[in-house]
Design a protein around this ligand. Sequence first.
Ligand code: PNS
Length: 159
Amino acid sequence: MKIAVIPGSFDPVTNGHLDIIRRTASLFDKVWVGILKNNAKRPLFTVDERISLIRQVTDELPNVEVEGFEGLLVDYARSKGARFIVKGLRAVSDFEYEFQMALTNKSLNPDIETFFITTNCAYSYLSSSIVKEVASYGGSISDFVPKEVEKAIIAKIGG
Ligand code: PNS
């Protein structure tokens, strides 16, 4: 059984994340979307809210499960029996940090491989931060996030 973990902050999940989750779900038998719990950043959504939003938008994907995790990503992946970490790459600017994380994770656990999926070019400019910024100034985010997420952001910060 080929099991993958897609880790991230997902604060909140965007159409770009969803595209990566869908494509990963079509390649692996089982996909765990892991939301980092002990993130130093001040999030807009709690981990439970982020889990709930991702569950709603991945409802039609039977092999995808969502949960929070603490500690090292490689330990989380091992606890799920996952030999693969999947990350989305949007642009060259993502590469340096992602490369550093992939090599660190490889050194921490050589049995786990990091796979990069290039983003759909329609979403290459998207990030959770940009979505929150646009919403905070009242701009439309309907092209950037699923409907459920749009509603949740507007309920939190207006828009
Ligand atoms: O969506 P993000 O914020 O870019 O996700 C970053 C994440 C959660 C993938 C990364 O911070 C992570 O893997 N954290 C877990 C701690 C860890 O394993 N660190 C060592 C490897 S860099």
